[in-house]
Design a protein around this ligand. Structure first.
Ligand code: C2E
Ligand code: CA
Ligand code: CA
Length: 559
């Protein structure tokens, strides 16, 4: 008996013994170098309609699910070639009822007999089903059935570990959020479901799609995507979502915001947390702007850092005296005289350079820091009035800009009064500038405060007239002493006679109501001549002077 025959004899003996047991969940098998498979327990292999006495490898391979077949064949080939350890693999096999069941195969090459492989098959269908239930519980979003944020994190982490480059896109549809309170959760869910279909149709051929958080979808591709490519897909999304709006009878327009970031950035792979932070910051930054799409780059990062710096350092900047006032002269139009100055805020930081009020005032209003900045400006303005008038033996006034947050503060009036007293100046030396938009809010509390201030002698000006939507009615029903015409309007006057006529009659109306008129942003002789023709009382602009630091302002005495 040669070694092979001996082996087969032994195997048949073993087979007889095994058949005594009812092992229906596990199959034992061996394969010789000619790919003949001996199965030890017929009961297990009956479910595949395979002859218990012996099958060929090909019969088995034919039953394997087409998606798993190549992997199986390749792995086996490798196993036959190399002395591998125990190999465990899962794949699906078609049973007699026409269903695929999950099989776990364990096999080991027998080094005593050339090419011989021993192994077991185990039915793990139940285990897999549990696993997939668990998988969907953890990784699938319930409503859209799309993979969720956890899955995105897992996939990205795999990409980063394997150093696979790619592109990540977030599309934010959070404008739908407002509908939640109006239409309820069930409506939103059905809307999301329809939106998911659209998103799948448009993006699935380029990206893996995830529902990251309720109103933010994520898209990942392991290739680089250009801004143009994404823009085209987004345009299609916008037009199909607006069709959806019509179908759902929604009157709102589609507002989406999309941000894109490629990885790695500058050859280094970020962490997921890092990447999401940057994506969301870019999204936030985009929400403050008109555009629909933003690509994360270093310059976006710089803008974001600057904004973050502004948001977190305002109070410190005030304490470190990085914030200070400058004073822009306001001149009397008919003569050489000087009405006074407008106090404007400046912030100069050693690292970030000059930061202008257009950047930081809105931030300060949101955070409430404007209250402290406002108090600081009031104090500086009053101190300046005192010093200037004493030094130059004059009676000039200074305008300060006030935001609604400050005016709504109950202590505002008392602070003004006490600061004016502290510097021994008259309340009429201080003019409070408020913007038109502030009047639109129909804020009775603000109106009350203004009434009190005017009664106490403070000047009150409406600033930036012509940039908002205030009606003549609002102007004359507000207790004001001054109206400031915005530079934008002044520019239009020279080219449009209708604007000229309108402003002319407005100036007349103001004069009849004891309201003085200031023309802002006068840069040249032409604008100055027009202002004179319009009977403007005062002029302000670069033609006369740019805003000046304290020492220079104290020296400025006229034009
Ligand atoms: P504003 O009150 O309309 O101030 C006038 C702005 O126009 C100033 O800009 C000034 O530098 C600029 N300007 C003056 N003359 C000319 C000119 O001839 N041509 C042009 N192109 N511009 C001119 P600035 O200082 O950057 O201030 C911007 C805005 O920030 C101010 O607009 C005001 O609304 C706000 N702001 C400034 N300081 C404060 C403050 O202390 N508190 C509050 N709440 N707002 C402030
Ligand atoms: Ca102003
Ligand atoms: Ca202004």
């Amino acid at each position: 008996m040669n070694s092979k025959d001996f082996f087969i004899h032994k195997a048949n003996n073993f087979k007889e013994r095994i058949e005594q047991f009812d092992v229906s969940h596990i199959g034992f098998w061996e394969m010789d170098s000619d790919s003949n498979v001996f199965t030890y327990n017929s009961k297990f292999y009956k479910q595949f309609n395979l002859d218990a006495s012996g099958i060929s490898l090909d019969d088995w391979v034919q039953l394997i699910h087409p998606d798993d077949r190549t992997k199986f064949v390749n792995e086996l080939k490798e196993h036959k070639t190399f002395d591998a350890e125990f190999i465990v693999s899962d794949y699906r096999v078609l049973n007699i009822e026409g269903h695929y069941i999950w099989i776990e195969e364990q096999r080991k090459r027998d080094i005593c007999f050339d090419g011989q492989i021993l192994g077991t098959h185990r039915d793990i269908t139940l285990l897999k089903e549990n696993e997939s239930d668990l998988y969907s519980e953890v990784y699938i979003d319930n409503i859209s059935k799309l993979p969720n944020a956890k899955k995105l994190i897992k996939d990205l982490e795999d990409d980063f570990v394997d150093e696979r480059s790619g592109t990540l896109v977030f599309i934010d549809l959070s404008h739908l959020n407002y509908m939640l309170t109006v239409y309820g959760q069930a409506f939103i869910d059905s809307l999301i479901l329809e939106a998911t279909k659209i998103i799948n149709n448009i993006f699935a051929s380029t990206f893996d799609i995830y529902r990251f958080i309720p109103f933010v979808f994520s898209f990942k591709a392991n290739q680089s995507i250009t801004e143009n490519q994404l823009e085209m897909l987004c345009n299609q999304l916008e037009s199909e979502l607006s069709q959806l709006n019509i179908a759902f009878e929604l009157s709102s327009e589609v507002i989406y915001k999309a941000v894109m970031m490629s990885f790695p950035q500058e050859e280094s792979f970020p962490t997921c947390e890092d990447m999401f932070n940057r994506m969301f910051l870019t999204l936030e930054e985009l929400k403050d702007r008109k555009g629909m799409l933003s690509v994360y780059t270093n310059s976006v990062e710089k803008r974001i850092h600057r904004k973050m710096f502004i948001e977190t350092n305002l109070i410190k900047a005030l304490e470190d005296q990085e914030i200070y006032p400058v004073y822009q002269p306001i001149v009397v139009s008919s003569e050489d005289g000087l009405l006074g100055f407008e106090a404007l805020c400046r912030w100069n930081n050693p690292n970030w350079g000059p930061i202008y009020p257009d950047e930081f005032i809105v931030v300060a209003e949101k955070s409430g820091a404007i209250i402290r900045i406002g108090k600081f400006m009031i104090d500086k303005a009053c101190s300046f009035i005192h010093t200037y008038n004493k030094l130059n033996k004059t009676d000039i006034s200074v305008s300060i800009n006030v935001s609604v947050v400050e005016l709504s503060n109950p202590g505002y009036f008392a602070y003004l009064r006490s600061t004016v007293d502290k510097y021994h100046i008259k309340s009429s030396n201080l003019i409070i500038e408020i913007t038109e938009s502030l009047m639109l809010d129909d804020n009775t509390n603000v109106l009350k405060q203004l009434g009190k201030l005017k009664a106490d002698g403070f000047g009150i000006a409406i600033d930036d007239f012509g940039t908002g939507y205030s009606s003549i009615n609002t102007i004359f029903s507000t207790p004001i002493t001054e109206l400031k015409i915005d530079r934008g309007v002044m520019l239009k006057i020279s080219s449009q006679t209708i604007v000229f006529d309108f402003i002319k009659s407005l100036v007349d109306l103001c004069h009849k109501n004891n309201i003085l008129v200031v023309a802002e942003g006068i840069e040249d002789n032409e604008m100055m001549d027009i202002s004179l023709k319009l009977n403007m009382d005062y002029l302000q602009g670069y033609k006369f002077s740019k805003p000046l630091i304290l020492d220079k302002a104290l020296e400025f005495i006229g034009h």
